[in-house]
Unconditional design. Sequence first.
Length: 148
Amino acid sequence: MLGWLRWVTAVPVQADLWEQAGTDESARFAVATSYDTLNAYAGATLGERLGWLLQGIWAVGVFVLAERAVGVPRWLSSVGLVLSLGWAVLTPLGTAADVGWAEAAGVAVLYTGWYLWMALLGSVLLRRRVGPAGVQNPDSRVPAECGS
């Protein structure tokens, strides 16, 4: 979030300063340097590295919830774990260490796969039949306490 907020808070100010600098090369150099520094910190460090890592850890938490959910096949939750762990490791490694194959595998393959897995998990969760307190209720789509 902090990485994205720079685009609506700091970058417009820097753009105005760039315009005000006109042809003054030293002023333009100072604005360009501050932009590069902000981009490296807020964009790369916070957004690309820490953000990806924390989102990957959160994704592992989604796996844990899927693993405990009633009506979710074990194979489906296991696929989520593999995708989450791989993405949580490869994406920050790829962006921080500039390892192209790790970033490509983490973002293009595992992250995309994780979103597809989330869509499938959501579909499974919406279609399952569960009654009160998480007890499976295969006879009705309406929980027992709602029926008469």
